[in-house]
Ligand binder design. Structure first.
Ligand code: SAM
Length: 251
């Protein structure tokens, strides 16, 4: 069965067996673990992973690829033909480890969608555009530090594991990819992500302006100990949590 890669689903299939082995080693699967793969495609990671597992669940949006996976007749594989962006992850029982070579066009919204299910997620191992991984792991003061860095680091320990060259895919993407490992923090600095998301979004809404300017509709200097003459990129995650708490006190 031939499959024509679909651009709208971000289909760049992994063909490099060494990279696939490196991904499996990074995940280090144990046979009884509850693993969920997003976007299995033709099964480049799925089938090597299944060799280590009693069972694996996958979510794939492309019906043709779902048919191809079904033809393999793997009893250990549960396939959800669904859009991961709207998928209700709570229907998967128990704690899950999430993995995937993610379609580049949905990576940020998917990470925010998964944030709603973080209590159920042990860890996540994702292939993403290297530029997105750089943003997620960036520290304050770095020019790639922004909303994605703060929101992900508030809830996960994040680590860039290794870089994956374009040649590892078919068709080849235009840019480099990287493997990101994210472990859910057992004691995050905040319980509710929504107010933090609001304040972080506002704070980074105008990168060149000070926090005083960006936050003027919600907070002024007399209401917080954080120096609002700084730019958002200078604040660590804990500082944003302080801003969020000060903002919530006003309501
Ligand atoms: N895992 C395969 C591999 O490494 O070769 C395929 C990776 S490819 C970059 C991304 C996969 O995600 C494709 O199979 C694509 O059809 C699927 N996909 C795209 N958008 C999706 C969505 N919203 N929900 C679930 N799967 C999606």
């Amino acid at each position: 069965m031939r499959h024509q890669p679909r651009k709208r689903f971000g289909q760049n299939f992994l063909v490099d067996t060494q990279i696939i082995s490196q991904i499996i080693s990074t995940i280090s699967p144990k046979n009884d673990e509850n693993i969920l793969e997003i976007g299995p495609g033709k099964g480049a990671i799925t089938f090597p992973l299944l060799e280590h597992l009693d069972h694996l669940s996958v979510i794939e949006i492309d019906r043709d690829l779902v048919s191809m996976l079904e033809l393999e007749g793997q009893e250990k594989l549960t396939i959800y033909q669904s859009d991961a962006l709207t998928f209700d992850f709570s229907q998967i029982p128990n704690k899950i480890r999430v993995i995937g070579n993610l379609p580049y066009n949905i990576s940020s919204p998917l990470l925010f969608h998964l944030l709603d299910y973080r209590d159920q997620i042990v860890d996540m191992t994702f292939m993403l555009q290297k530029e997105v991984v750089d943003r997620i792991v960036a520290h304050p003061g770095n020019k790639t530090y922004g909303r994605l860095s703060v929101m992900m680091q508030a809830f996960y320990e994040v680590e860039l594991m290794f870089i994956v060259p374009k040649e590892s895919f078919e068709p080849q993407p235009k840019i480099e990819s990287a493997i990101l490992y994210m472990k859910t923090k057992e004691q995050p600095l905040v319980r509710n992500s929504k107010p933090l998301e609001e304040i972080v979004k506002l704070a980074f809404s105008k990168r060149r302006k000070t926090l005083k300017n960006c936050l003027k509709s919600v907070l002024n200097q007399s209401q917080t100990e954080i120096d609002l003459s700084q730019r958002a990129e200078m604040l660590c995650t804990a500082n944003f949590v302080t801003l969020m708490n000060d903002y919530e006190k006003q309501n």
